[in-house]
Design a binder for this molecule. Sequence first.
Ligand code: GLU
Length: 470
Amino acid sequence: MNTIITRFPPSPTGYLHVGGARTALFNWLYARHMKGKFVLRIEDTDAARSTQASVDAIFEALEWLGIDWDEGPFFQSRRTPVYQEHIEKLMRASHAYYCTCSPERLESMRAKAMAVGEKPKYDGTCRGKDLPKSENAVVRFKAPLTGTTLLEDVIKGNIVFQNDELDDFIIARSDGSPTYNFVVVVDDITMQINTIIRGDDHVLNTPKQILLYQALDAPLPVFGHVPMVLGKDRSRLSKRHGATSVTAYRDMGFLPQAVVNYLVRLGWSYGDQEFFTTDDLIEKFSLKNIGRAAGIFDQEKLTALNADHIQATPPETLARLLVPFLQKKGIHAEPGEFLVKIVKTLAQRSKTLEEMALSAIFYFAETITYEEKAARKFLKPAARQPLQFLMNALSAIETFTEENLENAFKSVMEKTGLKLGKIAQPVRVALTGKTASPGIFEITEIIGKEKVIQRLKQAVDYIEQAKEKE
Ligand code: GLU
């Protein structure tokens, strides 16, 4: 079998959105699964709307997702001679012709068709004239007037188009610049792309493209048109539904594997399996399991899947990924042993890296700010003595280990006659400012002797001051 060659050809007119990323993933996974090639092409012929910033943003998003390419990036804006050569080829084979119809004539033709509710169509005035090249001439493709064009879509099934619905569309404008459908086909032919998976917003372009392949004597690729990604209200996914750019999810603290997993599952399935590593996807991906129904993008589901991926990621990796999120909160941490320990206490409790960073702040704080409710409920006069006893017991310990921390708490239980829970809650508020945190021994050990004692003292002082105010 021939090597499978797929492609992703984004137009650099904005960031990479989740729908585009899913298309890229399908093509990339298929190429990787089939041990084929994946080509990246930047469709930047629309000079007015294409920007370098968008090109950079697309590269950045692909890299973050872990999508690499074997060939390219090719830029359409640098391939003019290739397109020119193919226009000449079509001309020579009488599959194209020059047309000098004025814009006014075309406009009145269009208006007439619209007035009687018909699809505007070029009437073929210049089709048989064999006009020479001239200043204002465009190049039109000589499309068949009768018959049908068949799209054998691997996702949607067969779709038959009536050729009389199509017209002699323009393939080069009067300034010589080639048009969209033409350059896509020339690129896909010359880059030897044999499998094209793309959004079904391109279905109506496909019959024109198939006719161009035939006119250029090139074998047809396999086409598959994927249904769009929709929002929860089933309208096309847009900013109204929340973030749509891939890198916005990176910045919110999602892991690339989770985003990859979620986007691929949004339109492809493998039994009931929901959780996939990227290697798993490469192993299992197939075109036949791409669904025909639109995928509904649901950020809550993505968040739940992200939590699963966080738990499946080694703490050392999470520590490294957490650093920039801590940085944004003014915490400069190294991804070393200390941070790894912190991550181990938070991985089970965090749905995103952002949430993890928020939960990690107390480990680094100089002084603790108490949540009002937490202080009111637990830093009461009755807590002063156990906190003081614990401070004394901990001061006597050389190095904190789980065992001697347990003994210290036990001694406080014995002295006060209180259960561990009664002691642990005020201690937790003293150490973290909150009523919920990882295990009390774990956090005590990680925060370390000096800071723990300082925080217990801060809590004792707080209780005394509150008492004085009464
Ligand atoms: N450049 C087109 C887009 O961004 C893709 C065209 C194609 O896949 O054929 O929608």
